[in-house]
Design a protein around this ligand. Structure first.
Ligand code: FPP
Length: 286
């Protein structure tokens, strides 16, 4: 098992995500992870993977622990997934860490989550920088506690020049709020005299994920089958992969299983498979 600090910074942070990909670092020879790795088609990797990390509370409850212990254990999963995603050359990884709806949780749990985030950034920032990971925040994160905002701004600045994987952390995020914010910004630009065209391209450009490819793959842990207000616009054509595994138990093998499954799917984007199109044309001409 890999632990914090074992991710050797042996690659240049100036490389692009696919150039930074290093499959040889993903798994130990002879491990189940290595068998999964061999099943991955490097030429058909998802560009953007988004994850709803769910099940921390149940993981803790199952062990007779307070809920926050589940969140704490979930950080190990976060670390492993970020590492493997970068090693696999994923361009964008988006993690749903705190939703607008999560404010309804007990004050102590919210406080503990914010502290875990601050601790994570304090501890892991040097590693993120070494690996060229560029942090971006999606959501109304500026409304968080000033101490959290300060830590986030520090991490944004420190990773801004990274040319490796883009790591989006969704904080105080809601897909509906994101669309509302985009509409408000469009209206503000109109009021300022900028006559932007209202089309899909424009809406995409005003979202928090502006300029990024849409998620190809959406992963959700803990057996729940919901989208939970996550990237509502962007997941229009995402493949969804769900696992019963609770987030604190989620590791790189689950991430790779999701990609193997993704690669076996037939993504049609509303069209028909080419073979069917040909046979339909044959019938038409007959
Ligand atoms: C959902 O589990 C998880 C969350 C609301 C928070 C996710 C946060 C972390 C994994 C730790 C901090 C994050 C980073 C990026 C360092 P739940 O509490 O809803 O679980 P339940 O459905 O079993 O109650």
């Amino acid at each position: 098992a890999r632990r914090a600090g074992t991710w050797a910074a042996d690659r240049c942070a100036r490389l692009l995500p696919h150039e930074m990909a290093d499959f040889s670092k993903v798994a130990r020879a002879g491990s189940p992870e290595e068998r999964l790795l061999r099943r991955l088609d490097r030429t058909r990797m998802p560009r953007h993977v988004a994850i709803i990390m769910d099940g921390n509370g149940r993981w803790a409850k199952g062990r007779g622990l307070p809920r926050v212990e589940g969140h704490r254990a979930g950080v190990a999963a976060v670390r492993d997934v970020i590492e493997v995603a970068a090693q696999l050359g994923i361009e964008v990884l988006t993690l749903y860490a705190f939703s607008v709806e999560n404010w309804k949780r007990p004050r102590y749990e919210v406080w503990a989550l914010m502290n875990l985030l601050k601790d994570y950034l304090r501890r892991e920032l040097p590693q993120l920088v070494d690996h060229g990971i560029r942090l971006q925040l999606v959501g109304r994160w500026r409304e968080l506690d000033p101490s959290v905002v300060a830590q986030l701004e520090k991490a944004l600045e420190a990773t801004a020049d990274g040319r490796g994987m883009q790591l989006n952390i969704a904080l105080n995020y809601s897909g509906r709020c994101e669309i509302v914010d985009a509409c408000r910004d469009i209206v503000a630009d109109w009021a300022g005299g900028e006559r932007v065209e209202i089309d899909e391209e424009t809406i995409g450009r005003y979202l928090y994920t502006s300029g990024q490819p849409d998620p190809d793959l959406l992963i959700r842990s803990s057996g729940e089958q919901r989208v939970s207000n996550f990237l509502l616009w962007q997941i229009a054509y995402a493949e969804i992969w769900m696992t019963d595994t609770l987030w604190p138990d989620f590791r790189r093998r689950h991430f790779m299983e999701a990609i193997v499954d993704f690669q076996a799917r037939n993504r049609r984007f509303g069209a028909v498979p080419a073979a069917d199109e040909e046979s339909a044309a044959d019938r038409g001409s007959a």
